[in-house]
Design a protein around this ligand. Structure first.
Ligand SMILES: [Cu+2]
Length: 473
């Protein structure tokens, strides 16, 4: 069996032409609830009338098949893993109705959407909304901004690591690059057991630190999934010789940072976390939990080539998909992957960064650390969320966060509701390297609300590495 993920650009534009109408995906429940819960009654009125796109999701327990004969009981949207693709054209209004068929409460966060004026749609339980109770529905509605490769996932507890996640693709109206087809690759850990916080020695994956101490961490993964597939039965990306394919890469893993490359092919990186960058050719790139990269691949070497994904801490076996040319006989060709690895300094935003330049109105130093000897939390400036002060800023300010990592592990830090400048790029998630790594980000507080700022390593977030960043108009 072969799963293919290629969509032609013509098909995408055809679907965009329908934007005036309403597209329904998934199975629509036509039952109308005559007795809405208090939460439902308090929902804000849709601001712009009918949405341009409408989707229905059901969070449910279901069997997840990861290879022939190998499956486990996960939690998914509509029984699919990765969840159904949600797609819109930038600027459109999107409505997603979620029905909670789980035994626990849940929410959805739209990772990458800035939700201008729509903080209540951000999906952070206890911060932007009450979590959705089992058996209840919730209607999310937001503007598809900015364009790019984004994703959606539960923001409750460790549910992300039960596979409640899916791609959220916002097409640009006027791309700065040319390509013929596109494919989305969702990278994730294979964790067939119930997620729970464990303790590691800080190398990421190793169990039980020396002397009984250690950091709260993820359980060790049992493999690497690309679009929900283990390497024995890989996802296949179809290409035609001479064409250009845009790969949309999403790291949906709870813990692993991955390095990705394709044998004998360049990756021309064109976007990160949505925003466009000047195209830069590399052989490999590292992508942390929550990050996205888009890369155009020119199909110039007929054959069937491995797309290789490995966890940078080598804690688990590598993942593999296949780049399969139309004339190939299907035999996998082993090639080479060069040594040019994308660096943060290679990324140069296409959009003007003028508003982020100059001296900030407010600079905040944030020390990221954990308790090495037997501690059970991760902290920002010594405080573990929810026992942590909000980060206080004012509307209209140019804000700078100076992050310093006093732990050996990477922390992929994510700010909701904003993109920030790091180096010369606009991103929403950035890895702060371990062992005294330092990263400075600048953003403009132009979207009032209660925003979450946290490590996207799910087990770090769950054990304290998070803060609220609230500010009012
Ligand atoms: Cu972290």
């Amino acid at each position: 069996m072969k799963d293919t993920y290629t969509t032609s650009r013509r098909d995408l534009l055809k679907s965009s032409a329908l934007a005036g109408g309403t597209l329904i995906a998934g199975c629509l429940d036509t039952t109308i609830d005559n007795d809405p819960s208090p939460d439902e009654r308090e929902l804000p009125e849709p601001q712009y009338g009918d949405p341009d796109r409408e989707y229905q999701l059901s969070a449910t327990e279901s069997e997840v098949i990861v290879a022939g004969g190998e499956s486990y009981n996960g939690w998914t949207y509509n029984g699919e893993y990765p969840g159904p693709e949600i797609r819109a054209v930038e600027g459109e209004r999107v409505r997603v109705t979620i029905e909670n068929d789980l035994s626990e409460e849940t929410t959805i966060h739209w990772h990458g959407m800035v939700l201008d004026g729509d903080n209540a749609m951000d999906g952070v339980p206890g911060v932007t909304q009450a979590a959705i109770e089992p058996g209840e529905e919730f209607v999310y509605e937001f503007d598809a901004e900015p364009a790019g490769t984004h994703w959606y996932h539960s923001h409750v507890g460790l549910q992300l690591d039960r596979e409640l996640l899916g791609p959220l693709i916002i097409e640009e109206r006027d791309p700065h690059i040319e390509y013929d087809t596109e494919a989305t690759l969702v990278l994730d850990e294979y964790l067939p057991t119930e997620p729970r916080v464990e303790t590691s020695n800080g190398n990421g994956g190793g169990m039980g630190g020396m002397g009984g101490g250690g950091f709260p961490d993820a359980p060790p993964a049992e493999g690497t999934l690309i679009n929900g597939r283990l390497p024995d039965e890989p996802a296949t990306v179809d290409v035609e010789e001479g064409s250009r394919i845009r790969l949309r890469l999403i790291n949906a893993a709870a813990a692993a940072t991955y390095e990705i490359g394709i044998d004998d092919h360049d990756l021309v990186v064109t976007h990160t976390d949505g925003p466009a960058v000047e195209p830069v050719p590399v052989d490999t790139l590292e992508i942390g939990p929550g990050e996205r990269y888009d890369a155009v691949v020119e199909a110039r070497s007929p054959g069937t080539w491995p797309i290789q994904v490995r966890a940078v801490n080598k804690s688990t076996s590598a993942g593999r998909a296949l780049l399969d040319y139309d004339q190939s006989d299907g035999d996998v060709t082993e090639g080479e992957i060069g040594s040019r690895q994308l660096q943060l300094s290679d990324l140069h935003a296409i959009d003007s960064l003028d508003e982020y330049r100059g001296e900030p109105d407010r600079t905040i130093d944030l020390t990221l650390s954990g308790e090495m000897m037997g501690g059970d939390e991760w902290t920002i400036n010594g405080q573990a969320y929810p026992d942590a002060d909000p980060i206080s800023i004012e509307e209209g300010e140019h804000v700078r966060f100076r992050m310093a990592n006093r732990s050996p592990m990477r922390h992929p830090m994510h700010l909701h509701g904003h993109h920030f400048v790091v180096g010369d790029a606009l991103k929403d998630t950035v890895i702060v390297p371990g062992h005294m790594g330092e990263i400075t980000i600048d953003f403009v507080a132009d979207n009032s609300g209660a925003w979450f700022f946290h490590c996207h390593h799910l087990y770090h977030m769950e054990t304290g590495m998070a803060r609220e960043v609230p500010y009012e108009k």
